[in-house]
Design a binder for this molecule. Structure first.
Ligand code: ADP
Length: 362
């Protein structure tokens, strides 16, 4: 006889058109019951999305009927305004203990996400954080890229170990930022992290509850790429003021970035906008070359009806400064690359102003 977990697994195979994620991840499935081979559950849709019933009813039933011992499947399609995201965790390992809430003293949490790795998400996070800090804000960075924490490296603080004060971890200071990363906590940073949902959710909770962040105008969270457990845990644990999506301009990379954008949108994180990284290369002669194509970020932003926050050029100086642990905003504060990040920081603050309350200055 199929269990509720097996039924949810089958429903995870059903992708919701245009939202870039499956029914379960999007929190649309509720009240799964299985009794003597008869399965019932509710699928919650928003008023504008009632066409989904016509599109998905048959594949949903077929997916569940294919499980062993199922004789009948009854689906209740429920149209509900502020539908679900709070229910999304159920399938993906809801962090036990409910939301953690914002740490006292932290005004805004800003998530930085991407569709895939290697698009420069961490580089953008580090430089954006430094540009926000340079504008007078108190800024923290939480490196939640648990599988590949790179923030200690990018900010030149590898090998540092946070100490404990009053039962809380004290973040490492780097270039005026408060930084916490799984990279500081692993006994051997070269060992792969093989955690699954509940452990990841637990780690995320600790990052908010057990770290003394102090007074911060904003805490940037560098998410792992994709639409996995960590981004979901984040939006369940704390109110996210907004999310920034980093992508590179090629169509494929842009399309994958859209999935993360859609997932965060579905989970009710306001999208502050899209940044196109590695946008173009400016050679010494001043000529611009679009090595990875150009304009994908703007197109994604237009399609998703979210702001386009700007372009960051592709330049060896950005990579080299990160490799030295002194991001370009600090290494060459008056250079053209730093200016691109300062423009990005201004755009992020403007969007945050629309999405919520303005950032205050120290
Ligand atoms: P992600 O966090 O998306 O995996 P990283 O920030 O680690 O990506 O960047 C991947 C690589 O690309 C790093 O070597 C980084 O220095 C380099 N990089 C990122 N952005 C740029 C850029 N705009 N110009 C040149 N190199 C870049």
């Amino acid at each position: 006889m199929a269990t509720a977990e097996q039924i949810l697994s089958a429903l995870r195979e059903i992708e919701v058109p245009d939202l870039g994620a499956d029914l379960v991840t999007l929190g649309m499935v509720q009240d799964v019951k299985s009794l003597h081979g008869i399965v019932t559950f509710t699928i919650v849709v928003k008023p504008g999305a009632t066409a989904l019933q016509g599109q998905l009813d048959a594949p949903v039933k077929a997916a569940v009927r294919a499980l062993p011992g199922i004789s009948d499947v009854a689906v209740h399609w429920l149209v509900k305004p502020e539908a679900r995201p709070a229910a999304a965790p159920a399938a993906k390992g809801t962090p036990p203990g409910g939301p953690a809430g914002l740490p006292a003293g932290v005004k805004h949490v800003i998530a930085v996400g991407s569709g895939k790795g290697g698009v420069g998400k961490s580089t953008v996070t580090a430089n954006l954080a430094l540009a926000l800090s340079a504008s007078g804000l108190r800024v923290g960075v939480l490196d939640a890229d648990i599988y590949g924490p790179s923030m200690p490296f990018l900010l030149g603080v590898t090998g540092e170990k946070p100490h404990v004060e009053n039962d809380k971890l004290v973040p490492i200071e780097a270039h005026g930022l408060k930084v916490m990363s799984m990279g500081f906590l692993l006994p051997d940073p070269d060992e792969p992290v093989v955690w699954r949902g509940p452990m990841l959710a637990g780690a995320m909770r600790q990052f908010f509850q057990d770290v003394s962040w102090g007074e911060l105008d904003c805490l940037l969270v560098d998410l792992p790429p994709g639409t996995g457990d960590v981004p979901l845990s984040l939006v369940q644990l704390v109110p996210v003021s907004g999310a920034v999506i980093v992508l590179t301009p090629q169509p494929v990379a842009a399309a994958i970035g859209t999935k993360t954008l859609r997932m965060l949108q579905a989970a009710k994180a306001p999208i502050l906008g899209v940044v196109e990284n590695m946008s173009h290369f400016v050679c010494g002669c001043g000529r611009e070359t679009d090595i990875f194509d150009r304009g994908g970020g703007r197109i994604v932003a237009e399609h998703a009806e979210v702001p386009f926050l700007g372009e960051i050029p592709l330049d060896p100086a950005i990579r080299a400064s990160g490799d030295r642990g002194i991001p370009v905003v600090v290494a060459e504060p008056d250079g053209a690359h730093a200016q691109a990040f300062h423009r990005l920081a201004t755009a992020v603050q403007e969007q945050l102003l629309h999405a919520s309350t303005p950032l205050s200055r120290r």
